[in-house]
Design a binder for this molecule. Sequence first.
Ligand code: ZN
Length: 300
Amino acid sequence: MNIDFRKLNGLVPVITQEYGTNEILMLGFMNQEALDLTVETNIVHYFSRSKNRIWKKGESSGHIQKLIDLKVDCDNDTMLAVVEQVGNSACHTGEKSCFFKSYIKSDKLKLITSKVANLPTKYGDFDVKAYKDASGKEHLAIMSKDFKNKKTPYVRVHSECLTGDSVGSLKCDCNKQLVLSLETIAKEGGLVIYHRQEGRNIGLVNKINAYHLQDQGYNTVEANVKLGFKADEREYSAVKYILNDLNIKEINLITNNPRKIKFVESCGIKIAQRTPAITKRNPHNENYLNVKKEQLGHIL
Ligand SMILES: [Zn+2]
């Protein structure tokens, strides 16, 4: 086996696949120690982030499966572990769970880019450029026509929300924030990066499972944690690449999220001004917004 596991966080994503089927059931995480044990013993050892430990053979946790096949994709730094039987308890979902995420080395990060094309919209005429990252996720940079001439363009990093952006869900404020941002850049000049990390990067299936838990009374953070995820799983390496690619130095950042402020600053980009993305509340998103403010520190 020839793979470089020097990751940002030292963890290797592992997709488990039920033997004899093509169904991907869940993603666990391995670090080097877990990988060595897996190769040595033919038993899949998961690294549990939430508990910061490795599940080893003999622990009656249901996390251990007999390894049938191990495929390594060096290009994408991913491993596919085919196991005899899959329990879902490692992800604490109680349900089948699909989750794909690829960790790639930041110094080697290179996204596939499209040409720039004109996109007329109901908000105004934009230029668009698409980017594809190593995990296969495709992101979109939406630029006002005068974007290149702006010294301090308005910039919004918008996280994908299919239910909000496309279906008009009232459970969150994503759709309204997107519209506000597109209207702002159409008028003032700027950029919206549509970042494809659905459900704070847990994917649509897990997000809908989280909604199912919310139907039973859990809040947005509790539901994610119950499914075995952190409150916020987003990471911004693709956005950093796009900001660099578009030669962004100084911006007016449209956000309520302190993590996005920190992220932009960590890219060496000056935030000349922050513009809040405050939208009208409704009875369905009231609680969601309160949790965002109280537990995720959003400036609301
Ligand atoms: Zn949303």
